[in-house]
Design a protein around this ligand. Sequence first.
Ligand SMILES: Cc1ncc(COP(=O)(O)O)c(CN[C@@H](CCC(=O)O)C(=O)O)c1O
Length: 401
Amino acid sequence: NSVFDHVVRAPEDPILGVTVAYNKDASPVKLNLGVGAYRTEEGKPLVLNVVRRAEQMLVNNSSRVKEYLPIVGLADFNKLSAKLILGADSPAVQENRVTTVQCLSGTGSLRVGAEFLARHYHQRTIYIPQPTWGNHLKIFGLAGLSVKTYRYFCPSTRGLNFQGLLEDLGSAPSGAIVLLHACAHNPTGVDPTPQQWEQIRQLMRSKALLPFFDSAYQGFASGNLDIDAQPIRMFVADGGECFVAQSYAKNMGLYGERVGALSIVCRSADVASRVESQLKLVIRPMYSNPPIHGASIVAMILKDRNMFQEWTIELKAMADRIISMRQKLFDALRSRGTPGDWSHIIKQIGMFTFTGLNSEQVAFMTKEYHIYMTSDGRISMAGLSSRTVPHLADAIHAAVT
Ligand SMILES: Cc1ncc(COP(=O)(O)O)c(CN[C@@H](CCC(=O)O)C(=O)O)c1O
């Protein structure tokens, strides 16, 4: 018998497991609204034209080799990623106070940051929003941090519980780490207003709370890269320190290439360089050094003015299609006279709508209509098309009447 006979079967991941169930369904009308991955109006994954162009140029470059990258990754990619999120004119970048390391997409950036904090930061408590992306709890818990939550979503208004947020951060121990979604909060699709962000910033700085931004959707919420980075830039502008995890999975469609970056904004260039030296000790035994292909694509696009311009146009088109799906779903429910107030569908932003449907209603929609979505009622609007909206609207209508 095996030495692993005692190993029990683990449950499927709450998000990625939805796709596993979807793939097993033979129904011709099945709809995958689970994983936050963009789909076209034809329901197909999308490789951006600018990405294909960059990839072709890389392949045609016969002098390109496949040597190891440094532990911190591709230098051009790191510099350009910091500028993309912090702003080309960022004082922190100009004063060399930012260390950026290429990591395995957003998840890897969060994990490297968490491991660094567990080793080098005096406060081992991190506050994450309630609710938040399911993997956050495991990433920070496994790194050895003590994970607490702060109120974020108000079920009755399906909007932000701003008072609860302020109270919970106000009563956090000074110096605690706070995880903040930079834009397009997952799963709620609810973001603070700029004025509310300023109040959050003042409260956090007054208690020396350490901001850890998770930026997985820059450009996807508003369609504009700079607007979506504003909350991060407000914090960096005050001269304080912060962590930023960046993912290119969604906004460049590089899901499987695992391209991301962790930036740590420090008070001085000297601290930034010592922090970088310690980040290398976290990364080397974890995966040694990051993959070269995806980062080379991103660096080429960010570096070339025309390719960057082309990317912003394709990115806005994706964001706009998602917004149009919101309006279509809202209109479809209204035309059916579906009971309830569904205005949150057009008020929420980013990839997801937090519908407010409960797990029983979700199970009903999966069983009777072959709609696949996470059990918390989140739907990925990118999985919808004009053709499939009526089917979803029928399912929701049936679930709530
Ligand atoms: C807020 C947030 N942070 C980080 C990530 C990690 O993205 P990377 O692929 O590591 O760059 C996601 C992806 N969440 C999506 C995609 C599927 C998943 O990984 O759960 C989602 O919630 O459906 C996310 O929503």
